[in-house]
Ligand binder design. Structure first.
Ligand SMILES: *Cc1c(COP(=O)(O)O)cnc(C)c1O
Length: 386
């Protein structure tokens, strides 16, 4: 008996407690979290700095409306601007899809144009605006999603660029397609795309909902490349599990939004700001360097241990965002369940890909044992099939 809509395929595990990068289920079994929720708990469970910041706010008041001044919002927006590296304005929402809604609205209002380019295998969220730019046929089916003003072009494909002209308001693109299979962007393609949309008078929207907040070894993944986005969206890890999304735009775009243009009852909530403020204080050059070296270690361990497995079609990633693509003879669900039994929590992604997004604070010792457990689970599947 349930009173919940059946919108999720849930595993028969209930996680009730945790600390650092460990989670504990209701039977007391402990797991190493290799997914961070879905890229949310980058600084682990019960992180003392985040906990104290939220607790301090919790003891005061945890909501005021956006009709009043908010220095917590100012502080977090200031930190975001500093991390992005150029003068920015932020609109606070409550989720990734809402951040993307705000981005699409701002871009259209600013340019007065309608047409947006998005890419195959993209994921930008599940509300109607975000759905129009999400290339996931399954999640749009039956919802009468109107894609009149949207062109879905090919990711990493230079021929997509020739489709752009001055009727386009923006391109929206992920630096690594997270839901779409952990697909890395090609640097030269991204740089050409940025140049082309700018030449057309349109805006470059970078969706960093999954790749941002240190995940790839930079504060934002676009910083691996020599491009300057017009709008960046963030969410997932930004609030460490307290719902928050952010639409961050270069200051010149500010004129398009005036009082009443956009808003949110909960956006920029005091608890969310207390959490985000602490999260951003943890994004230090030392942390980013560690993410880079842990990511390189994890990737090379996985590659070493899976070398010669023909059913492994690719192992790729950047920082601590890694995908292992398997051929269709292997069941990702079985591998995920075997790993749960072995005490590791993982998730999947499109194209039969095992997705790894461990908390950034995981230690190297656990990355070594995790890589062994993952390789074993995959090899067991291969063995069973032989
Ligand atoms: C998760 C995700 C979203 C949607 O975020 P929600 O908070 O679930 O609305 C949008 N874009 C990307 C790249 C994501 O990974």
């Amino acid at each position: 008996m349930t009173n919940l809509f059946n919108t999720y395929n849930r595993y028969p595990i209930e996680l009730v407690d945790g600390h650092d990068f460990h989670l504990i289920d209701d039977s007391g079994k402990e797991y190493v979290d290799l997914a961070s929720g879905i890229g949310v708990m980058s600084f682990g469970y019960k992180n003392p700095i985040i906990f104290q910041s939220v607790e301090r706010q919790l003891k005061k008041i945890w909501h005021v409306s956006n009709l009043y001044q908010s220095s917590p919002q100012e502080i977090v927006a200031g930190k975001l601007s500093k991390l992005v590296g150029f003068d920015c304005l932020t609109f606070f929402a409550n989720s990734g899809t809402e951040a993307n809604e705000a981005a699409l609205k701002l871009a259209r209002k600013y340019t007065g144009r309608g047409k947006v380019m998005t890419f195959n295998n993209s994921f930008h969220g599940r509300t109607y605006g975000s759905l129009t730019v999400t290339d996931y046929p399954g999640i749009k089916e039956g919802f009468f999603v109107d894609q009149t003003d949207v062109v879905v072009a090919s990711y990493n494909d230079f021929s997509s660029l020739s489709l752009l002209d001055d009727s386009f308001v923006a391109c929206i693109v992920e630096m690594i397609q997270g839901e779409g299979g952990v697909n890395l962007i090609k640097a030269d393609w991204l740089e050409q795309l940025a140049k082309k949309i700018k030449a057309c008078g349109g805006l470059l929207i970078i969706d960093e909902v999954q790749t941002g907040i240190g995940r790839t070894g930079k504060a934002f993944a676009f910083q691996h490349y020599s491009i300057k986005p017009d709008i960046i969206t963030s969410a997932k890890a930004l609030g460490a599990g307290i719902p928050v999304g952010a639409m961050i735009a270069k200051s010149e775009l500010g004129s398009a939004f005036t009082p009443g243009s956009h808003g949110s009852t909960f956006g920029g909530n005091l608890l969310a700001m207390a959490s985000a403020n602490a999260v951003l204080s943890l994004i230090t050059p030392e942390l980013l360097k560690q993410v880079e070296s842990k990511g390189q270690l994890f990737l090379s361990l996985l590659k070493d241990q899976l070398v010669g497995c023909d059913q492994v079609l690719g192992i790729r990633g950047q920082g601590l965002m890694i995908g292992i693509q398997l051929d269709s003879s292997l069941s990702i669900t079985t591998i995920i369940k075997d790993l749960q039994q072995a005490g590791y929590l993982t998730i999947s992604s499109k194209h039969n890909t095992l997705r790894l997004l461990p908390p950034l604070i995981i230690d190297k010792k656990n990355l070594v044992s995790a890589s062994e457990a993952i390789a074993l689970a995959i090899k067991m599947q291969i063995g069973i099939l032989r």
